[in-house]
Structure formats: C-alpha cells, structure tokens
Ligand binder design. Structure first.
Ligand SMILES: Nc1ncnc2c1ncn2[C@@H]1O[C@H](COP(=O)(O)OP(=O)(O)OP(=O)(O)O)[C@@H](O)[C@H]1O
Length: 370
C-alpha cells in the first residue's frame, strides 16, 4: 500500500457524475475515455479534498450536477501512513462548502493536515507567460504542502488587508486603526514569506542530484515587476505598510506585501527564463517541479502526496512518458492521471489500475478495470 492514498472515492451529483464509486488498492489510477466524458471532473472532485477552490478554481455551486442542481458531495477514505480517515465535503443548497473528517465538522484548512494533494492541469502550460496571480497560487500550494498553517496565515493576512483597503478607500486617517491592521498583516505576511522561502529551498534540495529525466528549475521569489523581493520580515513589512499609506490611499488598495510577490523560474541547465522556453520545455519544467515537491514531501513526512495529473501523458514523447511513470512508481505516489486513450498508459503495465469513463446523455459512466 502506498503511504498516502485514496482507497475509496464516492461522488454524488458532482458535475457530470450523478454517482460514482471507485475502490483502489493504493496504486496509481489511469483514467481514460473520450473528450468530455468526465475525467477531469474526477480529478477536480479529489482536489476538493484540499483547502480552497480546487483545480478549476470554480465556485462551489458550479460543481453541482446541473440536472439535479441542489448540491454535491465527495466522500473519500484516505489512507495516510498508518491511519485512515473518512473525509466528506460538499455543498447543500446555498450553504458554503462543508467538511467533515471522521464524522466531525472541520474547517477547510484542516484538510491540509491530512491530505497533501498536488496537481498539474493544462491551463498551467501558460503559467510562466501570464499574470503573477497563477504563479503565486502555484507557490502557495507548494508552501501549503509543507506547512499546512500557511492556509491560516493567508486567511489572516487577506482579512486584515481587506479591512485596511476599506480604510484606504474611505480616506480614513485613523492612525490607530492602520497600526493595528498593519501589525496583523506584518505578522501573517512574514509567516507567509518564510513558508514560501522554506518551500523553495526544500524543492531546490530535492532537485540536487535527483535521478530524474526532467530538467532542473531554479526558483526565486521576486517583487511584482521582477525586482528582487524585500526580505519580508515583520519589521520590514510593518515599515513598508506605514510608509506606503499615502500612496496606497491614492490607489485605494495596498500596493506592497506578499500578496504582490511573483515567482520566477529559470531552466537551470540552459540558464534561460522559463517564459522563453519552448512549450514542451515549460511542461517538462512543471512536471519536474511537481516531482521535486513530491520527493521533498516524501523525505520530510514519510509519504509522497497524491498527484493529480490532467492530460500530462499525451504531451510527452514515449521515453519521457515512461520516465514519468517510473518516477511516480519509485516515489510510491498515488497519481490520478487522465488521457483520452488507454494506450497512453501502456508503459505503466500492472503498476496502475484503470478507470474507463464514458458519457451517455450528459451523464458520466465509470468502469474500473484491474
Ligand atoms: N455542473 C455540471 N453539471 C453537469 N455536467 C457538467 C457540469 N459541469 C461540467 N459538466 C460536463 O462535464 C463534461 C466535462 O467533463 P471533463 O472536463 O471531466 O471532461 P474530460 O473527460 O476531462 O474531457 P477532455 O478530454 O476533453 O478534457 C462536459 O461534458 C460538461 O458539460
């Protein structure tokens, strides 16, 4: 048995899946079937077992099956090292997404402590080319995977910043209010930056001397315009917020802090910024980073994360694809992978189970194969 795995997954009224039930023995799962059959929907459902909006960043209500429209539910048996947890998450009517762990109501952030889940989806092919927001989210998922309290620090920071932005918009000059909110932002912000830096150094270490077919990437955190990021300590942030009040009031929002950070990547062996690399090279860099993150987690916690790899196989040549499968299996990670044809997964042989997904009249049907 892999050390972190979903051994059972049930979906109810989740997008195209009226109901789905899959039992696994912890091996990776290769999901295949035609376009629109509902393969990515299964990965999205699994991504809801981590805090946040999942791999499509969709509103929770949009995940409800449109034919039913009253809500959805994902129920999973999660085997983690020597423990098993039953996790249920879903939405009913207009209520916010709820989570229960072993029958007890829990906050979403608690999911980060029992299920480490990383994903790679086709929209991330443009990660190095588009806005900083997606890159920051990528960085934060990495940070969250090592330090679950990153989620709480982010919530505290965002909340205090929203309040500060309101003061700025109202043109308030109440220094006491600013001091109090900026103090919260400086403390949470310093924690956010420290966790991000820690994640980068763990991923960098996991790339050193790694036996991998994928290229190394050198990551660093920069300011919004690619400049070197300030040290991000509590004192530095407190000073930057206080000094920036006048400028921020003119802008109506906070213009400095970890919410403006960007992630830069260099293709190490070519000394080439990732955004200048070919499409295939960029994809290889992303796979490399996910695998390095997974190796670092396995080293630190004794278990690699669950990996959700949407349409990754189709974009790799035969050798790279075989290398990816070998690396996943060597890690002992339960990867859930999608592709249109079963043959994309031939090189996995009996190392993975297969799920065949088809669509009939707007409803997905799933058949597990040994
Ligand atoms: N809320 C919803 N209710 C019902 N069906 C939905 C809902 N949201 C999406 N769908 C359907 O789910 C299908 C898309 O599923 P999904 O993205 O999982 O496909 P896929 O098998 O990954 O396809 P591809 O190979 O094209 O990526 C579409 O047919 C879409 O109409």
């Amino acid at each position: 048995m892999t050390r972190l795995a979903l051994t059972s997954l049930k979906l109810a009224a989740f997008r195209s899946h009226a109901s789905l039930r899959v039992e696994t023995d912890g091996r990776p799962v290769a999901i295949y079937g035609p376009n629109g059959a509902g393969k990515t929907n299964i990965l999205e459902a699994i991504s809801m077992l981590s805090p946040g909006r999942g791999l499509r960043r969709a509103a929770a209500a949009d995940m409800a099956r449109s034919a039913t429209g009253i809500g959805w539910r994902v129920t999973a048996e999660l085997h983690s090292l020597e423990q098993s947890h039953e996790v249920v998450t879903g939405v009913e009517g207009d209520a916010a997404r709820s989570v229960t762990i072993d029958g007890k109501a829990a906050a979403q952030v608690a999911l980060g402590r029992i299920a480490r889940i990383l994903w790679l989806v086709p929209v991330m092919d443009r990660l190095w080319l588009e806005g900083a927001g997606e890159r920051r989210r990528f960085l934060d998922r990495m940070a969250l995977s090592f330090t679950p309290s990153h989620a709480e620090a982010s919530i505290t920071y965002e909340r205090a910043m929203r309040d500060r932005n309101r003061l700025l918009k109202d043109q308030s000059r109440d220094a006491g209010w600013y001091d109090a909110l900026e103090d919260q932002m400086a403390r949470a912000g310093a924690a956010i930056t420290a966790t991000r830096m820690e994640a980068l150094s763990r991923v960098a270490r996991a790339q050193e001397d790694a036996a991998t077919a994928f290229p190394r990437a050198t990551l660093s955190i920069t300011g919004p315009d690619g400049e070197d990021a300030p040290d991000g300590s509590e004192d530095q942030l407190r000073r930057a917020f206080a000094e920036g009040r006048r400028r921020d009031m003119a802008a109506g929002r906070t213009l400095t802090g970890p919410h403006r950070a960007d992630l830069s990547a260099i293709y190490t062996d070519k000394d080439m910024p990732a955004r200048h690399c070919s499409t295939g090279e960029q994809k290889a860099l992303l796979i490399s980073l996910i695998l390095a993150n997974a190796r670092a987690l396995a080293d630190s916690f004794g278990a690699p994360p669950i990996l959700l790899l949407d349409e990754v196989a189709a974009h790799l040549d035969t050798d790279r694809r075989a290398a990816l499968y070998d690396e996943i299996c060597a890690l002992g990670a339960q990867a859930w992978m999608t592709g249109t044809g079963a043959e994309l997964f031939d090189a996995l042989g009996p190392r993975a189970m297969r799920l065949h997904v088809t669509e009939e009249g707007g409803e997905s049907r799933t058949q597990a194969e040994a």
